[in-house]
Design a protein around this ligand. Structure first.
Ligand code: ZN
Ligand code: ZN
Length: 299
């Protein structure tokens, strides 16, 4: 008899055995069944089109927002202290936005969701082999984040500059924040790389010392333990707030209560499969032995 997992868990069974593409599951204790290879699918032609379209759309709206700002700045003339406040808000929101995306992919998604399969696999790979991110180039990462950025650039920049007659200070600062968040989000995965390898650039080092960019030391804390803190990837400002008030755990409890989904269940499966995490120590050895046997005979 093998132990049946609770229904709501995205089981390793489902992930690994649906069509066998991801290899033999590795739930066992010791080294039996542990995977080493990381079969990330290459970007398809459709994937390239999706990336290019996302970047083109969001970049066009962001550039339009910047042009609109330049054309209207003199006439509106916002007070300097509100401009500084808006820039600080933009830096914080961009960091929070990067953390929200990272937390979402780490915590809830699965490679079984076909339309985001490759992105999820790259995210899972990162916890197993952190340095593999340097294999992915900017042009293959920018599309996914650009599509997400459209969620704020389209309503904020689009409505303020085209639809509404909101040429006041508030509209101008809203466009400024949206442009900042869009540009920083476009480069967030490059900033993430700076959190994994010390840069030789004096400018980058100075920005990291000034806490305007995330440092290697800051981001290394995400890669300790359960990968459940320090999600933000730009400057880490939002980490200090979200981690200290328990924001991510509160959001997880709320979502778990509403949907029944278990936080990090898919990430846990990958970590166990690649030998980075032991199966639940409370599971009796007899259950693990039976799991091992059923795996060996292909059940
Ligand atoms: Zn992570
Ligand atoms: Zn990382």
């Amino acid at each position: 008899m093998t132990a049946s997992p609770p229904e709501r868990v995205h089981g390793l069974r489902a992930a690994a055995s649906a069509d066998g593409r991801y290899g033999k599951r590795g739930v066992m204790s010791g080294t039996v069944g542990i995977q080493r290879e990381m079969p990330i699918p290459s970007l398809t032609r459709t994937g390239v089109v999706v990336h290019v379209t996302g970047v083109a759309l969001n970049t066009a709206i962001t550039i339009w927002g910047a042009i609109w700002l330049a054309a209207n700045w003199g006439a509106i003339a916002p007070p300097w202290y509100l401009v500084i406040a808006a820039v600080l808000v933009g830096l914080f929101l961009a960091d929070f936005f990067s953390g929200l995306l990272h937390w979402g992919f780490d915590t809830w998604f699965s490679e079984e969701m076909r339309w985001m399969e490759r992105v999820v696999m790259v995210v899972r790979e990162h916890h197993v082999y952190p340095q593999n991110i340097f294999r992915y180039k900017f042009q293959y990462e920018a599309g996914a984040v650009s599509w997400v950025s459209l969620g704020h650039t389209l309503p904020v920049i689009g409505s303020t500059t085209l639809l509404l007659d909101s040429k006041g200070t508030f509209g101008l600062l809203a466009v400024l924040v949206s442009v900042m968040v869009s540009v920083l989000t476009l480069f967030m995965l490059q900033f993430h790389k700076l959190g994994h390898r010390r840069s030789d650039s004096r400018t980058v080092q100075a920005l990291q010392r000034a806490k305007l960019l995330m440092s290697v030391r800051h981001h290394s804390q995400h890669h300790r333990g359960a990968h459940d803190t320090r999600y933000c990837l730009i400057n880490g400002w939002a980490d200090f707030v979200c981690d200290s008030i328990g924001f991510w755990r509160a959001a997880e409890r709320a979502i778990e209560r509403l949907t029944g989904a278990v936080p990090r269940s898919n990430d846990d499966e990958w970590m166990i499969r690649y030998g980075r995490k032991r199966p639940d120590p409370k599971v009796p050895d007899s259950v693990l032995e039976n799991e091992k046997k059923s795996c060996e005979v292909g059940l």
